[in-house]
Design a protein around this ligand. Structure first.
Ligand code: G4P
Length: 193
């Protein structure tokens, strides 16, 4: 069993609304050696992809993105979340609807840091419906750059966001894919389809 799966089984708590709380090692207090090990696995998976930039969205994915960037010797860039509607010309934006939080926000990346020569690896801590990844992909496309894949710490496999994106051709590498979760029954894992 993978290290992160063991951590989820030991410390993860299933909350109403299909939310997995992993505040003790990922989303609040952070187990840094665990994140370093996840970054290493992601690096091995995408090692041959000539990645030039790591892109994530603030906030919880930033450490994993940064540690992955260090292994690739490339910059890490994080999209900022903004509620503002009027954006300057110097930024790429994408509107994202969050299923989990029930709100909509705009992700913003400066045009200065993403260009058509970039081969971008996306990183995030959670993949649920895939809206955050789709927003990041939209921004990469707007820059004329290429998305080489997405490295994810925890994919909620029962929400299908990851499977749909795989069907569309995105190479998603998730360190743990949750097949089912329930406060009484606990958590089960599955492999990528
Ligand atoms: P999607 O992008 O895949 O469609 O997911 P969704 O909008 O539903 O997720 C919105 C936020 O909720 C994301 O964090 C995501 O990481 C987080 N999230 C989704 N499901 C879970 C879950 O079961 N447990 C936990 N702990 N988080 C979940 P965010 O808004 O970007 O916030 P941040 O924590 O990165 O700052």
């Amino acid at each position: 069993m993978r290290l992160i799966e063991e951590k989820i089984l030991k410390y993860g708590k299933v909350y109403p609304g299909n939310v997995l709380k992993v505040d003790s090692f990922l989303n609040h207090q952070v187990d840094v050696p665990l994140i370093a090990a996840l970054a290493q696995e992601i690096y091995q998976h995408y090692n041959s992809c000539a990645v030039t930039k790591i892109l994530t969205i603030e906030a919880s994915g930033i450490l994993l993105a940064g540690m992955t960037a260090q292994l690739f010797h490339v910059p890490m860039l994080f999209a900022k979340k903004s509620a503002a509607k009027n954006m300057s010309d110097g930024v790429y934006t994408a509107k994202v609807r969050s299923f989990t939080h029930g709100n909509e926000y705009t992700m913003v990346v400066s045009k200065e840091y993403l260009n058509k020569d970039d081969k971008v690896l996306l990183i995030d801590d959670f993949l649920a419906d895939g809206n955050a990844l789709r927003g990041l992909m939209e921004i990469v496309k707007a820059a004329g750059a290429v998305t080489v894949g997405a490295g994810i710490a925890i994919e909620k496999g029962f929400q299908q966001g990851g499977d749909k994106l795989r069907e569309e051709g995105l190479d998603i590498f998730s360190l743990a894919i949750i097949g089912s979760m329930d406060a009484q029954e606990g958590v089960t894992f599955r492999s990528a389809m």
